[in-house]
Ligand binder design. Structure first.
Ligand code: 1HE
Length: 268
Protein backbone atom coordinates (compact mmCIF):
# COMPACT_ATOMS: atom_id res chain seq x y z
CA UNK A 1 0.00 0.00 0.00
CA UNK A 2 1.51 3.32 -1.06
CA UNK A 3 -1.26 5.75 -0.07
CA UNK A 4 -4.00 5.83 2.54
CA UNK A 5 -7.62 6.69 1.94
CA UNK A 6 -9.10 8.74 4.77
CA UNK A 7 -12.74 7.73 4.51
CA UNK A 8 -13.76 10.26 7.16
CA UNK A 9 -12.80 13.09 4.81
CA UNK A 10 -15.56 12.23 2.31
CA UNK A 11 -18.96 13.87 2.69
CA UNK A 12 -20.93 13.05 -0.44
CA UNK A 13 -19.52 9.56 -0.82
CA UNK A 14 -20.03 6.93 1.81
CA UNK A 15 -16.99 4.64 1.68
CA UNK A 16 -16.55 1.29 3.39
CA UNK A 17 -13.61 -1.10 3.15
CA UNK A 18 -14.10 -4.84 3.56
CA UNK A 19 -11.41 -7.27 4.70
CA UNK A 20 -11.26 -9.01 1.32
CA UNK A 21 -10.16 -5.79 -0.39
CA UNK A 22 -13.61 -4.96 -1.77
CA UNK A 23 -14.55 -1.34 -1.16
CA UNK A 24 -18.09 -0.01 -1.37
CA UNK A 25 -18.40 3.57 -2.60
CA UNK A 26 -21.94 4.91 -2.34
CA UNK A 27 -23.18 8.19 -3.80
CA UNK A 28 -24.85 9.53 -0.70
CA UNK A 29 -27.20 12.35 -1.55
CA UNK A 30 -30.45 10.39 -1.91
CA UNK A 31 -32.57 13.50 -1.20
CA UNK A 32 -31.07 14.95 -4.40
CA UNK A 33 -31.28 11.62 -6.21
CA UNK A 34 -27.47 11.49 -6.03
CA UNK A 35 -27.13 14.33 -8.53
CA UNK A 36 -23.48 15.04 -9.26
CA UNK A 37 -22.45 18.38 -7.82
CA UNK A 38 -18.87 19.54 -8.08
CA UNK A 39 -18.00 18.32 -4.59
CA UNK A 40 -19.11 14.78 -5.43
CA UNK A 41 -17.01 14.86 -8.59
CA UNK A 42 -13.97 16.03 -6.59
CA UNK A 43 -14.51 13.20 -4.12
CA UNK A 44 -14.68 10.69 -6.98
CA UNK A 45 -11.43 12.13 -8.37
CA UNK A 46 -9.84 11.82 -4.95
CA UNK A 47 -10.98 8.25 -4.25
CA UNK A 48 -10.25 6.81 -7.68
CA UNK A 49 -6.86 8.55 -7.86
CA UNK A 50 -5.84 6.78 -4.66
CA UNK A 51 -7.56 3.41 -5.02
CA UNK A 52 -4.97 1.78 -7.33
CA UNK A 53 -2.20 2.57 -4.83
CA UNK A 54 -4.17 1.86 -1.67
CA UNK A 55 -4.58 -1.89 -1.95
CA UNK A 56 -8.18 -1.67 -3.19
CA UNK A 57 -8.90 -4.98 -4.97
CA UNK A 58 -12.34 -4.09 -6.37
CA UNK A 59 -14.95 -1.37 -5.96
CA UNK A 60 -18.72 -1.62 -5.85
CA UNK A 61 -20.14 1.75 -6.88
CA UNK A 62 -23.68 2.26 -5.62
CA UNK A 63 -26.24 5.00 -5.13
CA UNK A 64 -28.18 5.50 -1.90
CA UNK A 65 -31.96 5.43 -2.14
CA UNK A 66 -34.23 4.50 -5.02
CA UNK A 67 -32.12 5.99 -7.81
CA UNK A 68 -28.52 5.39 -8.79
CA UNK A 69 -27.84 8.89 -10.09
CA UNK A 70 -29.82 11.77 -11.65
CA UNK A 71 -26.80 13.19 -13.49
CA UNK A 72 -25.49 16.73 -13.39
CA UNK A 73 -26.72 18.75 -10.42
CA UNK A 74 -29.05 20.95 -12.41
CA UNK A 75 -29.80 23.23 -9.45
CA UNK A 76 -26.12 23.93 -8.80
CA UNK A 77 -25.60 24.48 -12.52
CA UNK A 78 -28.55 26.88 -12.65
CA UNK A 79 -27.51 28.75 -9.49
CA UNK A 80 -23.90 29.17 -10.56
CA UNK A 81 -24.82 30.54 -14.00
CA UNK A 82 -21.48 29.31 -15.28
CA UNK A 83 -19.47 30.78 -18.14
CA UNK A 84 -18.49 28.50 -21.05
CA UNK A 85 -14.95 28.31 -19.68
CA UNK A 86 -16.21 27.51 -16.17
CA UNK A 87 -18.35 24.65 -17.43
CA UNK A 88 -15.57 23.35 -19.65
CA UNK A 89 -13.43 23.06 -16.51
CA UNK A 90 -16.29 21.34 -14.68
CA UNK A 91 -16.46 18.78 -17.50
CA UNK A 92 -12.70 18.29 -17.37
CA UNK A 93 -13.04 17.34 -13.69
CA UNK A 94 -15.78 14.85 -14.61
CA UNK A 95 -13.39 13.38 -17.19
CA UNK A 96 -10.63 13.24 -14.59
CA UNK A 97 -12.90 11.26 -12.24
CA UNK A 98 -14.28 8.91 -14.87
CA UNK A 99 -10.91 8.33 -16.54
CA UNK A 100 -9.42 7.44 -13.17
CA UNK A 101 -12.20 4.86 -12.84
CA UNK A 102 -11.94 3.39 -16.31
CA UNK A 103 -8.16 3.45 -16.68
CA UNK A 104 -7.11 3.08 -13.02
CA UNK A 105 -6.67 -0.68 -13.11
CA UNK A 106 -9.06 -1.46 -10.22
CA UNK A 107 -12.28 -3.28 -11.19
CA UNK A 108 -15.32 -1.07 -10.67
CA UNK A 109 -18.71 -2.75 -10.55
CA UNK A 110 -21.75 -0.47 -10.61
CA UNK A 111 -24.92 -1.55 -8.78
CA UNK A 112 -27.80 0.16 -10.54
CA UNK A 113 -31.37 0.90 -9.53
CA UNK A 114 -33.93 3.49 -10.59
CA UNK A 115 -32.71 6.41 -12.68
CA UNK A 116 -29.34 6.01 -14.37
CA UNK A 117 -29.70 9.15 -16.43
CA UNK A 118 -27.63 11.89 -18.03
CA UNK A 119 -24.39 12.19 -16.12
CA UNK A 120 -25.50 9.21 -14.04
CA UNK A 121 -25.26 7.07 -17.17
CA UNK A 122 -21.91 8.68 -17.97
CA UNK A 123 -20.70 7.66 -14.51
CA UNK A 124 -22.08 4.12 -14.82
CA UNK A 125 -20.53 3.69 -18.25
CA UNK A 126 -17.08 4.35 -16.78
CA UNK A 127 -17.49 1.25 -14.59
CA UNK A 128 -16.17 -2.06 -15.90
CA UNK A 129 -19.29 -4.05 -15.04
CA UNK A 130 -22.85 -2.78 -14.64
CA UNK A 131 -25.49 -4.78 -12.75
CA UNK A 132 -29.08 -3.53 -12.98
CA UNK A 133 -32.15 -4.50 -11.01
CA UNK A 134 -35.71 -4.53 -12.36
CA UNK A 135 -36.25 -0.84 -11.49
CA UNK A 136 -33.22 0.52 -13.33
CA UNK A 137 -33.67 2.62 -16.43
CA UNK A 138 -31.29 4.50 -18.69
CA UNK A 139 -31.75 7.78 -20.54
CA UNK A 140 -29.95 10.87 -21.76
CA UNK A 141 -32.39 13.73 -21.11
CA UNK A 142 -29.85 16.45 -21.91
CA UNK A 143 -31.55 17.36 -25.20
CA UNK A 144 -34.81 18.20 -23.43
CA UNK A 145 -33.02 20.34 -20.86
CA UNK A 146 -31.19 22.49 -23.38
CA UNK A 147 -27.94 20.74 -22.57
CA UNK A 148 -25.42 18.37 -24.09
CA UNK A 149 -23.50 15.51 -22.54
CA UNK A 150 -20.24 16.64 -20.95
CA UNK A 151 -19.05 13.67 -18.95
CA UNK A 152 -17.94 11.31 -21.68
CA UNK A 153 -21.24 9.89 -22.97
CA UNK A 154 -20.32 10.66 -26.56
CA UNK A 155 -17.47 8.19 -26.12
CA UNK A 156 -18.56 5.62 -23.53
CA UNK A 157 -22.30 5.39 -24.13
CA UNK A 158 -21.69 5.34 -27.88
CA UNK A 159 -19.25 2.47 -27.30
CA UNK A 160 -21.97 0.58 -25.43
CA UNK A 161 -24.98 1.10 -27.68
CA UNK A 162 -23.60 2.39 -30.99
CA UNK A 163 -23.86 5.81 -32.64
CA UNK A 164 -27.40 5.56 -34.00
CA UNK A 165 -28.96 4.54 -30.67
CA UNK A 166 -26.93 7.13 -28.80
CA UNK A 167 -28.17 9.92 -31.08
CA UNK A 168 -31.75 8.65 -30.78
CA UNK A 169 -31.46 8.62 -26.96
CA UNK A 170 -30.21 12.20 -27.00
CA UNK A 171 -32.68 13.52 -29.54
CA UNK A 172 -35.83 11.85 -28.24
CA UNK A 173 -35.05 11.14 -24.59
CA UNK A 174 -35.74 7.46 -25.24
CA UNK A 175 -35.64 5.34 -22.11
CA UNK A 176 -34.22 1.81 -22.06
CA UNK A 177 -34.99 -0.61 -19.26
CA UNK A 178 -35.26 -4.31 -18.45
CA UNK A 179 -33.83 -7.02 -20.64
CA UNK A 180 -33.68 -4.71 -23.64
CA UNK A 181 -31.12 -2.58 -21.79
CA UNK A 182 -28.94 -5.63 -21.21
CA UNK A 183 -29.34 -6.82 -24.78
CA UNK A 184 -28.08 -3.43 -25.96
CA UNK A 185 -25.08 -3.53 -23.64
CA UNK A 186 -26.09 -0.80 -21.19
CA UNK A 187 -25.62 -3.37 -18.40
CA UNK A 188 -24.04 -6.81 -18.44
CA UNK A 189 -26.33 -8.29 -15.76
CA UNK A 190 -29.99 -7.91 -14.82
CA UNK A 191 -31.18 -9.45 -11.57
CA UNK A 192 -34.54 -10.14 -9.96
CA UNK A 193 -33.35 -9.12 -6.50
CA UNK A 194 -30.78 -6.59 -5.37
CA UNK A 195 -28.23 -5.32 -7.87
CA UNK A 196 -26.00 -4.47 -4.91
CA UNK A 197 -25.85 -8.07 -3.69
CA UNK A 198 -24.91 -9.34 -7.15
CA UNK A 199 -22.36 -6.55 -7.59
CA UNK A 200 -20.77 -7.57 -4.29
CA UNK A 201 -20.62 -11.21 -5.40
CA UNK A 202 -18.96 -10.21 -8.65
CA UNK A 203 -16.57 -7.86 -6.86
CA UNK A 204 -15.53 -10.60 -4.44
CA UNK A 205 -14.95 -13.00 -7.30
CA UNK A 206 -12.95 -10.38 -9.18
CA UNK A 207 -10.88 -9.58 -6.09
CA UNK A 208 -9.58 -13.15 -6.09
CA UNK A 209 -7.68 -12.49 -9.33
CA UNK A 210 -4.11 -11.30 -9.00
CA UNK A 211 -4.05 -7.49 -8.79
CA UNK A 212 -1.67 -7.20 -11.72
CA UNK A 213 -4.02 -9.21 -13.95
CA UNK A 214 -6.91 -6.99 -12.92
CA UNK A 215 -4.78 -3.91 -13.49
CA UNK A 216 -4.16 -5.02 -17.07
CA UNK A 217 -7.81 -5.95 -17.69
CA UNK A 218 -9.09 -2.67 -16.24
CA UNK A 219 -6.63 -0.34 -17.90
CA UNK A 220 -4.98 -1.97 -20.90
CA UNK A 221 -8.18 -2.96 -22.69
CA UNK A 222 -9.44 0.63 -22.56
CA UNK A 223 -6.11 2.09 -23.62
CA UNK A 224 -5.88 -0.37 -26.50
CA UNK A 225 -9.26 0.73 -27.80
CA UNK A 226 -7.67 4.14 -28.40
CA UNK A 227 -4.79 2.71 -30.46
CA UNK A 228 -4.36 1.49 -33.98
CA UNK A 229 -4.61 -2.30 -34.28
CA UNK A 230 -0.85 -2.52 -34.86
CA UNK A 231 -0.04 -0.45 -31.78
CA UNK A 232 -2.64 -2.29 -29.69
CA UNK A 233 -1.14 -5.67 -30.63
CA UNK A 234 2.30 -4.39 -29.70
CA UNK A 235 1.05 -2.99 -26.38
CA UNK A 236 -0.81 -6.23 -25.68
CA UNK A 237 2.40 -8.20 -26.11
CA UNK A 238 4.26 -5.88 -23.76
CA UNK A 239 1.53 -6.02 -21.11
CA UNK A 240 1.30 -9.80 -21.42
CA UNK A 241 5.08 -9.99 -21.07
CA UNK A 242 4.80 -8.31 -17.67
CA UNK A 243 1.57 -9.89 -16.42
CA UNK A 244 2.01 -13.45 -17.66
CA UNK A 245 5.43 -13.83 -16.07
CA UNK A 246 4.50 -12.39 -12.66
CA UNK A 247 5.92 -14.58 -9.88
CA UNK A 248 2.53 -14.73 -8.12
CA UNK A 249 1.06 -16.52 -11.13
CA UNK A 250 3.40 -19.49 -10.78
CA UNK A 251 1.40 -21.15 -7.99
CA UNK A 252 -1.76 -20.89 -10.09
CA UNK A 253 -0.02 -22.39 -13.09
CA UNK A 254 1.45 -25.16 -10.93
CA UNK A 255 -2.05 -25.94 -9.60
CA UNK A 256 -3.29 -26.34 -13.14
CA UNK A 257 -0.35 -28.59 -14.00
CA UNK A 258 -0.86 -30.85 -10.95
CA UNK A 259 -4.61 -30.96 -11.66
CA UNK A 260 -5.64 -29.29 -8.38
CA UNK A 261 -6.54 -26.07 -10.24
CA UNK A 262 -10.17 -25.50 -11.24
CA UNK A 263 -11.16 -26.47 -14.76
CA UNK A 264 -13.36 -24.30 -16.97
CA UNK A 265 -16.80 -25.95 -17.27
CA UNK A 266 -20.14 -24.87 -18.72
CA UNK A 267 -22.75 -23.49 -16.30
CA UNK A 268 -24.80 -26.29 -14.78
C1 1HE B 1 -31.98 17.08 -8.59
C2 1HE B 1 -31.68 16.38 -9.77
C3 1HE B 1 -30.64 16.87 -10.57
C4 1HE B 1 -33.34 15.40 -8.80
N1 1HE B 1 -29.99 17.96 -10.15
N2 1HE B 1 -31.31 18.16 -8.21
N3 1HE B 1 -30.65 14.61 -15.56
C5 1HE B 1 -31.94 14.83 -15.49
O1 1HE B 1 -32.50 15.55 -16.28
C6 1HE B 1 -32.67 14.10 -14.40
C7 1HE B 1 -33.40 15.06 -13.51
N4 1HE B 1 -34.10 14.35 -12.43
C8 1HE B 1 -35.26 13.65 -12.65
O2 1HE B 1 -35.70 13.45 -13.75
C9 1HE B 1 -35.93 13.10 -11.42
O3 1HE B 1 -35.54 13.90 -10.31
C10 1HE B 1 -35.61 11.62 -11.12
C11 1HE B 1 -36.25 10.74 -12.17
C12 1HE B 1 -34.11 11.36 -11.06
C13 1HE B 1 -36.18 11.27 -9.71
O4 1HE B 1 -37.55 11.61 -9.68
P1 1HE B 1 -38.26 11.77 -8.27
O5 1HE B 1 -39.72 12.03 -8.54
O6 1HE B 1 -37.93 10.59 -7.41
O7 1HE B 1 -37.59 13.02 -7.53
P2 1HE B 1 -37.83 14.60 -7.76
O8 1HE B 1 -39.02 15.04 -6.96
O9 1HE B 1 -37.79 14.98 -9.19
O10 1HE B 1 -36.51 15.19 -7.09
C14 1HE B 1 -36.25 15.03 -5.71
C15 1HE B 1 -35.22 16.05 -5.31
O11 1HE B 1 -34.01 15.77 -6.01
C16 1HE B 1 -35.59 17.45 -5.71
O12 1HE B 1 -35.00 18.32 -4.77
P3 1HE B 1 -35.87 19.07 -3.65
O13 1HE B 1 -34.86 19.88 -2.89
O14 1HE B 1 -36.89 19.89 -4.39
O15 1HE B 1 -36.50 17.99 -2.83
C17 1HE B 1 -34.91 17.63 -7.04
O16 1HE B 1 -34.65 18.97 -7.37
C18 1HE B 1 -33.62 16.88 -6.78
N5 1HE B 1 -33.01 16.44 -8.03
N6 1HE B 1 -32.54 15.35 -9.88
C19 1HE B 1 -30.34 18.56 -9.00
N7 1HE B 1 -30.26 16.26 -11.70
C20 1HE B 1 -21.48 16.91 -17.50
S1 1HE B 1 -22.88 17.18 -18.35
C21 1HE B 1 -24.05 16.05 -17.76
C22 1HE B 1 -25.41 16.43 -18.28
C23 1HE B 1 -26.50 15.93 -17.40
O17 1HE B 1 -26.34 15.08 -16.57
S2 1HE B 1 -28.02 16.66 -17.62
C24 1HE B 1 -28.94 16.10 -16.22
C25 1HE B 1 -29.85 15.06 -16.66
Amino acid sequence: MIVDIDISSYRNLDIKAHDDGVWVVTLNRPAKRNALDIETIEELVSFFSRAPRAGVRAVVLAGAGEHFCAGLDLIEHHDQDRSPADFMHVCLRWHEAFNKMEYGGVPVIAALQGAVVGGGLELASAAHIRVMDQTAYFALPEGQRGLFTGGGATIRVTDLVGKARMIDMMLTGRVYQGKEAVDLGLAQYIVEGSSFDTAMELARKTAQNLPLSNFAICSAVSHMQNMSAMDAAYAEAVVAGVVNTQPDARARLAAFADKSGARVRPNS
